[in-house]
Design a protein. Structure first.
Ligand SMILES: C[S@@+](CC[C@H](N)C(=O)[O-])C[C@H]1O[C@@H](n2cnc3c(N)ncnc32)[C@H](O)[C@@H]1O
Length: 251
């Protein structure tokens, strides 16, 4: 199974086996909230594939890996972990950078920060600094994997409109309900829009979301499975522990 090249809050690295096992037959695989794309990178390629996220910098990274991998590789060859470089990348005006420079900057901030959040330089007394921020082999595997995939950067409802068909399968991993987000509004209004769109789908969907009374009510007409997940991505002990997560699907 391929690994994602980045970490992202809410990444499905632990749950992906459970999800991949129950993906139904389909021709077109659509991932609406790509993030680090753990499920996409873990599953077998489908005939047609679409990855989408509203985050412009994140999608730019995957686009540049797809189209300009050799140049990214060249730029990363001598890049190493350092607090001063991290701060410089963080504070740069991105409008002045090329798309390739922006991709390298994003990759640097994500891979060199605590929990991949890009805010604070990641260091510690029990871990070594990563000497090289990226390995050639990883980049070339990712590039190969992305070769036949449409890379989109729109809000989820537009992607549903564009790609829905009887043979489409949508994997949906939106920001959790009532938890810290990704800098994009995703409250009850957006969750209800997603529910309405999914309810009218011609294709199939699988949604992963935190266990919440309201969520159970919204999706009461669909199949709901409960899973217990261990979260460790937090500095605060109290924020670690077991949480229930729901897998909801219409097939
Ligand atoms: C829970 S994460 C996805 C994690 C991913 N499955 C993984 O394995 O890393 C949710 C993602 O939804 C994206 N997002 C937020 N609002 C969105 C919207 N309206 N349309 C599409 N993507 C959105 C965020 O940028 C974030 O990357």
């Amino acid at each position: 199974m391929l690994k994602s090249p980045i970490t992202r809050l809410g990444g499905k690295s632990r749950l992906r086996k459970n999800i991949i096992e129950i993906i139904p037959e389909h021709t077109c695989y659509v991932e609406l909230f790509f993030g680090a794309g753990w499920v996409y990178f873990g599953k077998e390629p489908s005939k047609v594939e679409v990855i989408n996220d509203i985050d412009k910098e994140l999608i730019n990274l995957f686009k540049m890996m797809k189209y300009h991998a050799p140049e990214i590789e060249r730029m990363l060859e001598y890049e190493f972990s350092g607090r001063d470089i991290f701060e410089e990348y963080k504070n740069v005006t991105i409008e002045n950078l090329t798309e390739i420079n922006r991709a390298v900057r994003f990759l640097y901030l994500i891979t060199q920060s605590f929990a991949g959040r890009g805010n604070n330089y990641g260091y510690g007394s029990t871990r070594q600094p990563s000497q090289q921020i990226f390995h050639k082999e990883v980049l070339s595997a990712i590039k190969e994997r992305l070769r036949n995939t449409y890379v989109e950067n729109l809000s989820f409802e537009k992607i549903i409109d564009k790609y829905d068909s009887e043979n489409s399968f949508f994997f949906c991993d939106p920001p959790y309900f009532e938890t810290a987000g990704y800098g994009f509004e995703f409250g009850e209004k957006e969750h209800l829009l997603l529910r309405d769109k999914l309810s009218k789908l011609n294709g199939k969907f699988l949604l992963t979301i935190n266990d919440h009374e309201k969520v159970r009510e919204w999706y009461k007409d669909f199949n709901i499975r409960e899973l217990e997940v261990n979260y460790t991505v937090s500095k605060e002990q109290k924020a670690r522990g077991k949480y229930k997560e729901l897998i909801i699907y219409n097939y």
